[in-house]
Ligand binder design. Structure first.
Ligand SMILES: Nc1nc2c(ncn2[C@@H]2O[C@H](COP(=O)(O)OP(=O)(O)OP(=O)(O)O)[C@@H](O)[C@H]2O)c(=O)[nH]1
Ligand SMILES: [Mg+2]
Length: 270
């Protein structure tokens, strides 16, 4: 198993492919090379190519701040899509800030976020939570990672300690990363982060099955299929408003998703 290395100077280091001499290792190299060639020959993406998407469920305390941050950092050029199941003023506030709001009965995180990532048609999509925990100031670096050839840039909240995260959640997130790393034979550091950038082809080419565990699935399947997935340390702030996560039930669902998805992807390689 190879070590993955965090980036320290602006662009995240790749989560390295395994060093076992298998067909899959060849696939990783071929895909990575293709992505690099594509990135080198094409015009770099700008904020005009970016959709920032999120599930929103009764987030009226946070949504104004989150959308103002996106607007400020991207100079109003990123498209924002909210898949909303709220009964409070969240959708009105989102529309006032220029977001596209897709209404959906609340059915859980993954159902909302799957719709959110598949709805826009811009070539780069960034997911976030609508609770002011994720640093929208990092959007330029996420886009730079995609322009550097990454297919997925994943925000690692645990690198800097995630002091603002409840201790139980922090422990759980370390455990999820350890479990996924073991099952993939590849080191990852934060499997359940809500902030990632994806090249559109990646989210369109893979069939997504998980709900509470979608965030882990969105990291594991691309990684195990040889896409260029990079983790990048991010700051993590205390949540505004009420959590929608049930730590025990949600944690069990995430662990189950990690095991299921890793086994499915291992079988797919055979
Ligand atoms: N539309 C929709 N959005 C949802 C649903 N469940 C969660 N969300 C949104 O998905 C995002 C993630 O939910 P959070 O409550 O932040 O879950 P978490 O990040 O695991 O937990 P925290 O530590 O509280 O941040 C938030 O923006 C929620 O508003 C849902 O059923 N429908
Ligand atoms: Mg959250």
């Amino acid at each position: 198993m190879s070590e993955s290395v965090h980036e320290t100077n602006g662009i995240a280091a790749a989560v390295d492919g395994g060093d076992d001499a298998t067909d899959h290792a060849d696939t990783i190299d071929a895909d990575a090379e293709e992505a690099t060639i594509d990135a080198g020959s094409a015009e770099p993406y700008t904020f005009d190519d970016l959709s920032v998407v999120m599930g929103t469920y009764n987030e009226e305390e946070a949504i104004g701040t989150v959308l103002e941050d996106v607007d400020r950092v991207t100079d109003g050029r990123a498209e924002v899509v909210c898949v909303d199941g709220s009964s409070d003023r969240t959708p009105e506030i989102a529309r006032e800030h220029g977001a596209r709001v897709i209404e959906q009965e609340p059915q859980g995180y993954g159902v909302a976020v799957r719709e959110a990532i598949l709805s826009p048609d811009r070539p780069v999509v960034v997911t976030t939570d609508c609770d002011d925990t994720y640093p929208m100031d990092a959007l330029p670096e996420f886009l730079a990672g995609i322009n550097d050839g990454a297919d997925v840039v994943s925000g690692d909240r645990l690198y800097h300690g995630a002091k603002a995260m409840p201790a139980f959640n922090r422990l759980g997130n370390h455990a999820f990363a350890a479990l996924a790393s073991l099952l993939m034979a590849e080191r990852v550091h934060d499997t359940t982060t809500g902030m990632r950038a994806y090249r559109r082809e990646v989210v369109e080419e893979i069939g997504w099955t998980e709900n509470t565990g979608l965030s882990a699935e969105l990291l594991i399947r691309p990684l195990m299929r040889g896409y260029d997935v990079r983790e990048r340390p991010i700051a993590y702030a205390e949540r505004l408003g009420e959590t929608k996560l049930d730590p025990i039930g949600g944690g069990a669902a995430i662990a189950k998703s990690i095991v299921t998805v890793c086994l499915e992807e291992q079988l797919r390689r055979l």
